[in-house]
Design a protein around this ligand. Structure first.
Ligand SMILES: [Zn+2]
Length: 250
């Protein structure tokens, strides 16, 4: 089974995957990777050329830097622009790095707090906790998330399937460390059970994203247009996953 598209768990991979996809797509092939030295550190960034008047620099929540530049901009001019904003960029990157280091402690006790559909609950509100040790609680909680994810996905996908007029062959809920969802070339969709920790709207987004892959195999513009036609604010959901994904674990 060939996996052709997915939403990644790890932000570094998200970048690589997107970059490769764009590289294969001729229309958007004018994206290159550059780096500069700034105060003894390296700043790496993507440069996306297009019809535009000014250079702009964007850093996403995962720390990926994209410079958008007019088609005829020289490498030197791009690097100069990044250097001019080097201080701001370094500040933002260090802030993102710190946010990633927030410890993920899990308190497997009756009053430990765990996410379900975007809200925190006491463990005993989600599962039967009596007489179970930590390991058993953990495995019971995992089962709970898996069945909750199956239920939510099965319910929500109906609406979007009919809106998008597509039909997947199989829908599976899986344990994945790297992907929120995937769509294979033979129309099998998978969803990460950890999505049960996310708000419904975010689960909806992953559903829409994977359903759109049934007709658009990559992340080109027509793919995003289709996602946006169903869910105009999909970027907020992507941002939610980028921001909170690391804490959505057992
Ligand atoms: Zn995708």
């Amino acid at each position: 089974m060939e996996i052709i598209a997915h939403i990644t768990w790890n932000l570094a991979e998200l970048f690589i995957f997107r970059f490769v996809t764009i590289g294969r797509e001729n229309r958007e092939a004018w994206m290159v990777r550059m780096k500069i030295e700034f105060e003894n550190k390296q700043i790496q960034f993507n440069v996306q050329y297009g019809i535009r008047k000014k250079i702009s620099i964007h850093i996403d929540v995962g720390g990926i830097i994209t410079v958008k530049a007019p088609n005829d901009t020289s490498n030197e001019a791009v690097k100069r622009a990044v250097e001019q904003h080097g201080k701001t960029i370094m500040d933002k990157l260090s802030f993102i790095e710190k946010a990633k280091q927030i410890p993920r402690t899990r308190d497997y006790k009756e009053h430990g707090k765990f996410l379900h559909l975007g809200r925190y609950y006491f463990l005993h509100e989600l599962i039967e906790t009596q007489d179970l040790n930590e390991e058993e609680l953990r495995s019971a909680l995992k089962k709970f998330y898996i069945s909750s994810c199956k239920k939510v996905v099965a319910e929500r996908i109906k609406k979007y399937q009919s809106q998008l007029k597509v039909k997947p062959k199989t829908i599976e809920v899986v344990d994945s460390r790297t992907k929120w969802g995937s769509c294979s070339s033979d129309k099998n969709l998978t969803f990460n059970y950890r999505l049960a920790m996310a708000p419904i709207e975010v689960i909806d987004y992953v559903i829409v994203h994977e359903l759109c892959h049934l007709t658009h195999m990559n992340h080109d513009r027509s793919f995003w247009r289709r996602v946006g036609s169903i869910m105009p604010d999909y970027k907020d959901k992507e941002e939610y996953l980028a921001r909170h994904g690391h804490s959505m674990t057992l």
